[in-house]
Design a protein. Sequence first.
Length: 628
Amino acid sequence: MPAYRHPGVYIEELPSGLIPIEAASTSIAAFIGFAYRGALSTPTLITKLDDFKTQFGKVVDAANGIRDLGDGVDAFGHAVSAFFLNGGRKAYIVRVAKDTASASGALANPADMGNTALYMTATSPGTWGDDLVARIEPVDAADLDLGYVLEIGAGTGDDFEAVETFSGVSMNPDDGQFVGSLVNDGSALIDLELKPIDAAAGGGGTTKALKSKVLLGVDLGPLNGKSLEVGLSGAANPIPVVNFTAAEDTIEKVAAKIQSTIRGTNNEPRKSFRALPTNDGRIILISGSRAAGSEVTIAGGDAAPILEFATVVDYPAQGEAEFFGGDDGNGGTALADYSDAFTALRDYRDASILLFPGLHYETTKGKEVIDGAIAHAEFMKNRVVVVDPKPGTELKTQKDVKDQALPHGTSYTALYYPWLQVANPFYNPDTAANKPKTLTVAPSAFAAGIWARIDSRRGVWKAPAGLEATVRGVQGPQYLVGNDIQDQLNGWGINCIRPVIGPQVVWGARMLATKTQPDFRYVPVRRTSILIGESLYNALQAVVFEPNKHTLWAALRASVGGFMDGLFRAGAFQGEKAADAYFVRCGLGDTMTQGDIDGGIVRVVVGYAPLKPAEFVVVQIQQKLQSA
């Protein structure tokens, strides 16, 4: 109690007893799966496609973070692009990858700085780091006290393009402009350490690499039947022989064959040897040894003239250094590989749509991972898993659906069909006519973007389907769906994407549990329930440990009732008046017993009449008979 000690007027603020309740977001997607760049198993929020391009794309990226995989599809990049193109506004990117490695490089400045070098590593694992190039030079060669300029970018020689520049950096750890502090605090591309070249922990100063000629456009057919002998100093004889076959018809396959053969001897330094294909069409052979004088050589073989390997390159480089050694790894093989991602997402309650680019339910791996995601969603009770059908599978009958063994038993799962054709961003009739004009991508991310678009325009209670749910950025479906086919699919909760009176639209709004849990048959019903539950979960944290008595119960009835009334006035419920649309109860003898109160429980019961879409519009036409 305040103390009143002198006559006068005292101003005091009294709590109103009401709890402000803000509607939770329901349209933030989480993309979980195999990506080529970024932190592992750590949700990263992005708000536009450019964020994905900058943080998860290549170093210098003109394709919005989408990778050119030739005839293959970069499922992750296309999914994120489809989400934002169709109305998505926020997304978490959760990269899952196993057996990865980070690219690294070492650089000595062109002036004398003693027996030290800059040892640099890409901020996240993957071959994206192999594109990195670092340059350093003094601000003024005549006055090294002015420091150095360090540039990080891509390309070599005149093609170098700086992405990050650090000016006036010092090699003195006690200096406020120390290069290690400035780069590690400010670079999104590399981590850096200044240390002696001969340091046992550093290594890169004595690693040597052998570069091949540029192979793009070279016919690799003549390699069939040829061999290559790759020597490594410090490795025991005999020298391994790589025997090429007709199967090695791409640069990537040639590099993989060399690396697997050399590593197959499984002795140091060969088991750490690397053969890396680069984006500009070279193959780089890197010694796995960190010992002084270690180098890789071409010891013989009639394939050597075809591949034309160049002179051994020592590291650290002087002035300009290329990075090597990145490895994308793989997307894991089991639910255990995704467990860290699911655990991390527990702390990101605003993620309400889970997507798995590149996975579908019919594969062993996909089924295990998606079942784990469904269990995660049911535990959290605030998110929905959007599943992709098996690619290349046409669904025409109920038997086709049953054969997919989809998770029909959960109301936290939705599925859209069919896969969609999109333009290949890497096709060019003049410079890349050999690439396919279109690619087939999964529909889930398109649907998630449309959910976000409809949420912002109409509200989560509006079914994300119909003529306003147009699918942007597609050239057509993989399979056409007509009325007869949808008759077979709709009853099993398969939401079809089809042209109705023109463009492709989402023409379905059901959950996969349409038969097993009819109360949550429709997408907007499940998502409205999530909206209410998550909004109250967030707001009512404020009453934890408040005195559990009639004043608290009244405040809860008023606050929650006010929130529900706001939703009612926005059109979220059935009913002409509030009493028909919702109710809020809280009190002793109503929702609680004295035993509940003694146990520290306050129970609020909230009921609502959900809106359900007019899925079947029936027009009855009758002739009017004339009366005399």
